[in-house]
Every structure is written in structure tokens, then in C-alpha cells.
Write a protein that binds this ligand. Sequence first.
Ligand SMILES: Nc1ncnc2c1ncn2[C@@H]1O[C@H](COP(=O)(O)OP(=O)(O)O)[C@@H](O)[C@H]1O
Ligand SMILES: [Mg+2]
Length: 270
Amino acid sequence: MTTAESGFVELDDVSLRYGGTAGVLALENVSLKVAQGEFVAVVGPSGCGKSTLMKVMSGLWPPSRGRAIVAGHVVTRPLSIVGMAFQNASLLPWRTTLNNVMLPLEIVQPHRSAIKRRREEYESKARELLHIVGLEEFASHLPWQLSGGMQQRASLCRALVHEPALLMLDEPFGALDMFTREELWSVLQDVWMARRPTVILVTHDIREAVFLADRVFVMSARPGRIVAEQVVPLPRPRTLEDTFNPEFTALVHDLREHIGHARSQGRELP
Ligand SMILES: Nc1ncnc2c1ncn2[C@@H]1O[C@H](COP(=O)(O)OP(=O)(O)O)[C@@H](O)[C@H]1O
Ligand SMILES: [Mg+2]
């Protein structure tokens, strides 16, 4: 099976109910395909099942029905080819920026076995990432010495250091102010263009989705279903200036309408 035909990430009629038959139906009949190297965004109202979708794709939670396929394999356990970042940067407070970024190399194979021998090489990899996100001078700082935006940059580096084929970002900029958030859109775009991992970005910020993604999926209110899909044909690299173009604002407007429909379509089942 080639991933080009089947999608690098594929959800095949996935439903997920938390906590048995009387539990919460979080996802219902979700199917989607993401090509290798593609950047997709998933937008939807709070509580609609976006994080649940990520848990299924990364193997952290099994679906009740259907399946997830990543890189040609059905997902049955947590995947090591995934890099993740969340709303909370969750850096270890006693580790320097550099050592936080290097953490996955100490955990994920084959790096774990090699890190003692190849420490210098790994360290320069981590420093290179810090350079891309503009944090090279803060490599020896501790998390409390960094601003929220800087912590989130470090968290992005940590998600990328083991060169994951798949990057999953769950509202990574949600806790930041608008200026910092928009600055980090460009940083993330740079990293993606330099390395081209497959990216799945969950966000409730429609402008963020349009700025970053090749394609945007809209989810309904719970139980989460994919109710719309929008290609973003804007050339790259995209700049903040571009967000004022009529083409950009029209896309944002269209998606906003889809989400308006999606909200009213939510059935709020138990
Ligand atoms: N571990 C869990 N057990 C029970 N219900 C959960 C669990 N995780 C999430 N939920 C519920 O599933 C629904 C979807 O949650 P989530 O995927 O976190 O939504 P989102 O990320 O879109 O805000 C919510 O109603 C939430 O309360
Ligand atoms: Mg969430």
C-alpha cells in the first residue's frame, strides 16, 4: 500500500464514545485523509472532539468504531513517529531550554540508545531548531526565564527534534496574546517549509487555520463530525500582510459560515 494513494494519515469511519455505552459520544463517523507533507487544520467549537481526534490519530486512545491508519499501518498503540505540542508548553521547570528540547531524544528510539555516543550531534540538531525559532541565545535559560511565547517556541522545537514524520499540534498558541500568536504562525510556517513534516493543527482560530494550512476541516459541535472541508490555495510563504487580502478574508468568511452551520448541527447527545 503506498501512502500517496491511501493518505499518510487516514481516519476510516471513526466513532469514539468515552466510558461505555452510557458515556459521552465524542466523535461520530469521522473519515479523512491527509497526504504526506501536507499541512491540515481542524477547526471546531470547544468540546467538539478535536483533542479526541488527535488522541485517536496518535494512538493514545482507541476508537470505539473504525480505525486510524498512519504511514500504512493501523494505529494500535502510541506512535513514536509523532511529535506533539499542546496549549500548555509543559516544559520541565528544572531543565534548560536546550535540555527540554532534547528530551524526546532521551525517550524515543533509536535516539535513546544513541544519545550517549552522539550527544554532540544531537545537541547541534537541537540548537539548529532553536536558531530557526529565534531562541538560540536562550538555550541555557530555565523555563521561568522565558516569556509564554518563548516557551511555546521551545515546545515546538521539542516536538520536532526527533524529526517526526507527523507533527500534531493541539491549540499550540491558544494561551498566547494575539501578537505573539501571529508571530509564531510565521515561525511554524518556516519550520514546516524547511522540513515538510505532515502537520495536523487543531485550533479554534479560523485565521490561524487559513494562514497555516493547505486544507481546513470543520467539525460540528459534539458529537464531532467533519461537516466541511476547505482548500486554501494561497501561495507560500504567507505573510501577515496577506491576512488583509480579499482572498484571505473571503476564505475566513466562508469557514466562519461553515462553523455557524456546524454549531447549529450539533446534536449534543449524551
Ligand atoms: N477522558 C474523557 N472521558 C470522558 N469524556 C471525555 C474525555 N475526554 C474528553 N471528553 C469529552 O469528550 C468531548 C470532546 O472533548 P475534546 O476532544 O477534548 O474536545 P475539544 O478538544 O474539541 O475541546 C467533550 O464533551 C469532553 O468533555
Ligand atoms: Mg481540545
